[in-house]
Design a protein around this ligand. Structure first.
Ligand SMILES: C[S@@+](CC[C@H](N)C(=O)[O-])C[C@H]1O[C@@H](n2cnc3c(N)ncnc32)[C@H](O)[C@@H]1O
Length: 280
C-alpha cells in the first residue's frame, strides 16, 4: 500500500467547499489555502483517511490519491480517457497480466497507468506515440503515480505506419484507427482483441466498416458508457442536476482466421445479428 510520506503524493479536501488538491509532500513546505496554511508534516502525520487542520482551524480530509483522484486532478495537456471508459476498455478487452499490450497514442499517459495496473507488473505494455513532447510528459506523469515500470516502453512513431512484432491486445485512442486494421494481420494474434476509443459516431462507423471489410475481425461491438450520479441526501433523492455527458464510443473486435468460403455452408439467419446478446 502506498503511504503518505515526504516525496509521495497526498490528496486533500477542505470541509467548507469540498475543494480537492493534489499535493507532493516536501520537507519544510506549507500548503497555503484561503483558510490558512498546513505544514506538509501535519498532512503526513494525519495519514491516509485522517484529518489535518489549518492554523485557523479549518479541517482538510487527507487521502492517498486513488487512480481517479490522480488522473482527474492533474493539469493535463492531452484529453485523457476517463476512468469510467478505461475500466470498460480493460474489461471488454480482457486485459490482464502476462499479455503483450500495444497502446497508441500515449497522450497524457492516463490509459497507460490503467493498463499497467491491469497487467499487475507482468506482461509488456508498448506505447506508440508520434509526439515526443507528449511521450516525455506522459512518462513523467506515469512515473509520478505508478513509479518505475520495467514492463513499459514508449516508442516515438506512428502506429499508422505499422506494428513491430505481435501483440495479444491493442488499445487505440487516436483520430483514425482504421489505418491500423491492415497492420493487425501480423500485429495482433488470432483470438486477440482490439479496443478503440472514438469521440464521434462517424469515426466509429468508419472503423467498424474497415473491421468488417478486413475479414479478420468478428465479435465487433460498439457501445458507450454513461455514468449517472445520484444525490442521496435525506429526502432529496434524485439524479444530480449535472451529469457526465458523452465522452466517446468504444469499439471492441476480436481477430479471427478468415472463414473459408464453402459451397455447402448453411445460410445465416436473416435476423441473427439482431438477436439479443448474452449479458456481460
Ligand atoms: C487523446 S490523446 C491519448 C490520451 C491517452 N489515451 C490518455 O488517456 O492519456 C491522443 C494521442 O494520440 C497521438 N497520436 C495521434 N496520431 C497518432 C499516430 N498515428 N501514431 C501514434 N500516436 C498518435 C497524439 O499525439 C496524442 O498524444
Amino acid at each position: 500500500m502506498a503511504k503518505i510520506e515526504f516525496g509521495s503524493l497526498a490528496f486533500v479536501i477542505d470541509e467548507v467547499r469540498g475543494k480537492r488538491h493534489l499535493l507532493r509532500m516536501k520537507e519544510g513546505v506549507r500548503f497555503s489555502t484561503q483558510f490558512g496554511y498546513i505544514d506538509h508534516e501535519e498532512i503526513i502525520k494525519a495519514g491516509d483517511g485522517g484529518v489535518a487542520y489549518t492554523q485557523k482551524g479549518v479541517a482538510y480530509r487527507v487521502f492517498y490519491p486513488t487512480y481517479s483522484d490522480y488522473v482527474m486532478n492533474i493539469k493535463r495537456r492531452a484529453q485523457i480517457i476517463y476512468p469510467k471508459d478505461s475500466a470498460a476498455i480493460i474489461m471488454s478487452g480482457d486485459i490482464h497480466g502476462d499479455q503483450r499490450v500495444l497502446e497508441s497514442g500515449i497522450g497524457q499517459g492516463a490509459m497507460s497507468i490503467a493498463l499497467l495496473h491491469a497487467l499487475g507488473g507482468k506482461g509488456q505494455l508498448t506505447s506508440y506515440e508520434i509526439r515526443e513532447d507528449f511521450a516525455m510528459d506522459a512518462a513523467k506523469f506515469i512515473g509520478e503515480y505508478y513509479g518505475d515500470a520495467p514492463n513499459h516502453s514508449i516508442e516515438i512513431r506512428s502506429v499508422y505506419d505499422g506494428i513491430d512484432g505481435e501483440f495479444d491486445r491493442i488499445v487505440l485512442d487516436l483520430p483514425e484507427p482504421w489505418h491500423v486494421v491492415k497492420h493487425c494481420g501480423t500485429g495482433l494474434v488470432n483470438g486477440g482483441l482490439i479496443v478503440c476509443y472514438l469521440p464521434t459516431i462517424l469515426q466509429a462507423v468508419t472503423l467498424v466498416e474497415h473491421l468488417k471489410a478486413s475479414g479478420i475481425f468478428e465479435e465487433i461491438e460498439t457501445f458507450e458508457i454513461t455514468k449517472r450520479p445520484w444525490k442521496i441526501d435525506g429526502r432529496s433523492v434524485r439524479p444530480e442536476m449535472w451529469t457526465y455527458n458523452h465522452s466517446a464510443f468504444l469499439i471492441k473486435a476480436r481477430k479471427v482466421v478468415p472463414m473459408p468460403v464453402r459451397e455447402n455452408a448453411p445460410e445465416k439467419e436473416a435476423d441473427s445479428e439482431e438477436a439479443m446478446p448474452e449479458e456481460d
